[in-house]
Design a protein around this ligand. Structure first.
Ligand code: AMP
Ligand code: GLY
Length: 427
């Protein structure tokens, strides 16, 4: 099979690595990819949000399957456009991707299906949002309703912060047009876990759990980021929690999607907070999490292409996923300024050294996110540069292996969290 993978981050590098291992894959194209992926597939210089260009490329290479990594092209209707050309695609329709791209829609779906989530309201009118916040005394969370690269959420401690948040998002547009509408909701407390599921429209198959670390700083301090590291399995996702989430969240959502005739065939990512009142949904995403995808792919033993095909062909009930029982820990190495500055202000273009030595460490994969080649040298090109992912017999073992690899890598301004996996309970 000829496969076209869309995207260029650490998630897509991990997917490319896993897709390439499948005996079903005869040729892999990646658009646009990054320098870490050159040995895995043929890179096509088409941006991930160039929907027309991607559809044309899929037809030109006669792709048997297109795998969409990031949310933007899904929200722009790439899956729909490919299906019109009768090209198989792993990733939901535009209407399905709205579960992620439009938090107001997502909240409505949750409310209609009685899915446990924070109480909240959506506003597209700035004055109405402000008036609402001014009447509240409890801690609130203010979210830009549109896509904001995982950063459009402001967790507030008091009403003054919430008023500021509404002003910043809706008036000053700190997250751009993503802030044309907001969702304002009660602030929940508890640990967070990510639960991903292959979803084929009728069946859902849960992946093993993973835990992200969203804040930039150790001990969960500083601003939210796209994710600074992740590990899998997530001991917090006990069988009891999994059963509850499947029953109270996944099944009702699938029923709702079906009733609304929304085509969702791909990955459903549920961000959960395990509150004293049970698990509650923080958000849905319409694709693999990044970095969660990296430790998950390290642990997945089954043929990813077979599973993706079964998802697209609505045969997930015929699949069994097999996992490496070991723990995988992924530590993101980020550029100077990442987390604090906007993407275009983050330091870029600095040389990266030590990757050869680091890749030789046992049980370690280094997935590229924001890297590029400049004058024959590997340089940084984005906020999250590399995902150093290690497999170990225990969490401490995997952490130690990742740390040993990181010691060999250098680029000016490199920042990373030293506590990824530190709070993981279990072995
Ligand atoms: P989201 O993109 O909606 O998952 O939000 C990003 C992050 O903001 C989450 O991972 C949480 O850490 C935090 N967050 C979102 N919603 C809430 C909430 N209702 N209560 C507390 N924290 C939240
Ligand atoms: N790691 C969080 C996300 O991919 O949205």
């Amino acid at each position: 099979m000829k496969i076209l993978l869309i995207g260029s981050g650490g998630r897509e590098h991990a997917l490319a690595w896993k897709i390439k291992q499948s005996p079903l894959c005869t040729r892999l194209f990646i658009a646009p990819g990054n320098p870490g992926m050159t040995s895995l597939g043929e890179l096509l210089p088409i941006k991930a949000n160039d929907v027309m260009g991607l559809v044309k490329a899929a037809a030109d290479v006669a792709a048997d399957l297109v795998v969409v990594g990031p949310e933007d092209p899904l929200a722009m209707g790439l899956a729909d456009a490919l299906q019109e050309k009768k090209i198989k695609v792993f990733g939901p329709s535009k209407a399905g991707a709205a579960l992620e791209a439009d938090k107001a829609f997502s909240k409505k779906m949750m409310r209609d299906a009685s899915i446990p989530t924070a109480e909240g309201r959506a506003f597209s009118n700035f004055k109405a949002a402000l008036a609402f916040v001014e009447t509240r005394i409890e801690p609130l969370v203010v979210k830009a309703a549109g896509l904001a690269k995982g950063k459009g959420v402001i967790v507030c401690n008091d009403p003054v912060e919430a008023i500021d948040a509404v002003r910043n998002i809706m008036e000053k547009k700190v997250f751009g047009d993503a802030g044309n509408s907001v969702v304002i909701e009660e602030r929940l407390e508890g640990p967070e876990v990510s639960l991903l599921a292959f979803v084929d429209g009728t069946n859902a198959y849960l992946l093993e759990g993973a835990q992200d670390h969203k804040r930039i700083g150790d001990n969960d301090t500083g601003p939210n980021t796209g994710g600074m590291g992740a590990y899998s399995p997530a001991p917090l996702l006990t069988d009891h929690v999994l059963e509850k989430v499947e029953r109270e969240v996944i099944v009702p959502l699938m029923d709702s999607l079906k009733r609304s005739e929304i085509d969702f065939r791909g990955i459903l990512y549920t961000g959960l907070m395990l509150t004293a009142g049970g698990p509650k949904v923080l958000e849905f995403n319409a694709r693999f999490g990044d970095p969660e995808c990296q430790p998950l792919m390290m642990r997945l033993k089954s043929d990813l292409v077979e599973v993706m095909l079964a998802t697209v062909e609505q045969k997930l009930d015929q699949i069994t996923l097999k996992w490496d029982p070991r723990t995988a820990v992924c530590v993101v190495l980020a550029s100077e300024g990442y987390g604090w500055k906007s993407d275009d202000q983050v330091t870029k273009g600095v040389e990266i050294t030590g990757l050869d030595a680091a890749s030789k460490q046992p049980d370690v994969m280094i997935f590229h996110g924001g890297t590029a080649m400049k004058s024959g040298k590997l340089v940084t090109s984005g906020g999250r540069v590399l995902g150093v992912t290690a497999l170990g017999d225990s969490v401490p073992d995997a952490r130690a292996k990742a740390a040993a690899a990181i010691e060999k890598i250098h680029f000016a301004g490199m920042q990373w969290r030293k506590d990824i996996g530190a709070k993981a309970k279990g072995k």
